[in-house]
Write a protein that binds this ligand. Structure first.
Ligand code: SF4
Length: 430
């Protein structure tokens, strides 16, 4: 059985290699568990694949094609499905990804045989490939096409971390990823001129920010790989190809402090010559931890700051409110330890003002932080009838309803795309 897992060609508005990684992780998982399957993973979502290239890939012949969906990646879905059905009339198609977890019914317009809506991607993709056929009944985690119409299965299966299989990095188009990260002022998540190894160490987050899709997608309880598996993966990958730094892909990396300390102590003990970065919240950091992380090679901590506004109308979790003093303290500690703080800011948060966002960003830049502003996303407003253009707004670059004032929106776009007070990172010098 020949299977193609594909991110179709599209023009990205943002790039984070970690967001593309499930394609390779799923491919590695189903390949290892089903050795007779021939599985190809192709990431065409980094300005690296023409429609002609895609047609040539399809002409190799596939029985199943799975399209990985995200808020940008669906731009090319209609044309990709047309190419697939035209060149491979017998092919069965399915989709999995962030967007089909939010609005699975939206994907019925493309006529997919399977739409993954629940559970971990690995288990829903494998279930579809094992079970889809002429007399298909319901399949957990999927909506499947039957002669009687679409049939929704029960909730999908969440894997334990012991079941995760880390991706085969030889399939990843790193040269294309390097190009995406070249201009730091695009505010993409990698470091210019440095090759990144992304390691997906955890899934799920209990914090519950209303604008975030992690809890609904990966669960409210965190699952995490063992430290030993992470270290083995790093040492294995270092022998396969060189990397300049590691990006630990975890929704809230320091949520489990005991784990982070264990990792850092092992890095120090083994004298692993690795630089790394991670994402967390202000609440989940302190001086002792930052110092240890620096000693173990951490060069950047991305922080979900969101805003320093003190408005009473903000709809943020308690741990993200009134944080200015704490951020100031963390900035000083990070600076002392040679770590760059990359502050995630959300523009258009309900209850916030653009003046507060401008103040937040100017203050953070003046304090030496890198800032990465994005736009508030009201996922609850997505629905089956949303247009492609509306779905495209969930790429966090274009405002939704808030702010309502045209002047506020213009100020926001100026902050996002024309902030002449901003400067590129220098973290690559570390
Ligand atoms: S802390 Fe981060 S990952 Fe967790 S819910 Fe909030 S934004 Fe999402």
């Amino acid at each position: 059985m020949r299977i193609l897992l594909l991110i179709p060609p599209y023009i990205p508005s943002y790039f984070n290699a970690g967001h593309h990684l499930p394609l390779f992780q799923v491919a590695t998982y189903i390949r290892e568990k089903n050795p007779s399957w021939q599985v190809t993973a192709l990431d065409g979502g980094t300005l690296n694949l023409t429609w002609h290239d895609l047609a040539k890939e399809l002409a190799k012949g596939y029985n199943f094609i799975g399209l990985f969906n995200d808020f940008d990646a669906v731009d090319g879905f209609g044309r990709t499905v047309m190419y697939c059905r035209e060149i491979l009339p017998q092919v069965k198609m399915f989709t999995f990804g962030r967007l089909s977890k939010q609005v699975p019914d939206w994907f019925k317009q493309f006529g997919f045989e399977g739409i993954a809506f629940s559970g971990d991607y690995e288990s829903s993709v494998e279930s579809f490939l094992l079970n889809y056929g002429p007399n298909t009944g319901s399949i957990p985690g999927l909506i499947v096409k039957t002669p009687e119409g679409y049939l929704q299965g029960n909730a999908g299966h969440m894997l334990s971390p012991e079941e995760w299989i880390l991706p085969d990095t030889l399939e990843i188009p790193y040269a294309a990823y390097d190009r995406m990260y070249k201009n730091d002022l695009n505010k993409f998540c990698g470091i210019p001129d440095r090759r990144e190894l992304v390691i997906p160490v955890a899934r799920g987050c209990p914090v519950g920010c209303e604008f975030c899709d992690v809890p609904s997608m990966q669960g409210k309880s965190e699952r995490r790989l063992s430290v030993d598996r992470v270290i083995k993966y790093i040492t294995d990958q270092q022998q396969i190809q060189p990397f300049d730094y590691i990006s630990f892909y975890a929704p809230t990396f320091t949520l489990n402090r005991r784990w982070v300390k264990e990792l850092c102590h092992k890095f120090i003990e083994l004298k692993l010559p690795v630089k790394w970065k991670c994402v967390t919240t202000i609440y989940h950091l302190n001086e002792e931890l930052i110092a240890l992380m620096a000693q173990a090679g951490c060069i950047r901590i991305s922080l979900g700051v969101e805003t320093i506004s003190v408005s009473k109308n903000l709809q943020l979790p308690r741990i993200k409110l009134n944080t200015e003093a704490k951020i100031q303290e963390l900035l000083a500690i990070a600076k002392h330890n040679g770590i760059e703080i990359n502050a995630f800011i959300i523009l258009g948060l309900p209850g916030d003002t653009m003046e507060a966002s401008i103040k937040t960003i100017e203050w953070l830049i003046a304090e030496g932080a890198r800032v990465r502003p994005t736009v508030y996303t009201p996922y609850n407003e997505l629905h089956e009838g949303s247009s492609l253009a509306e779905v495209g707004k969930y790429n966090r670059q274009i405002f939704h309803e808030t702010p309502q004032s045209p002047m506020e929106r213009l100020k926001g776009y100026s902050l996002l795309f024309a902030n002449d007070k901003d400067r590129p990172t220098e973290v690559m010098k570390k």
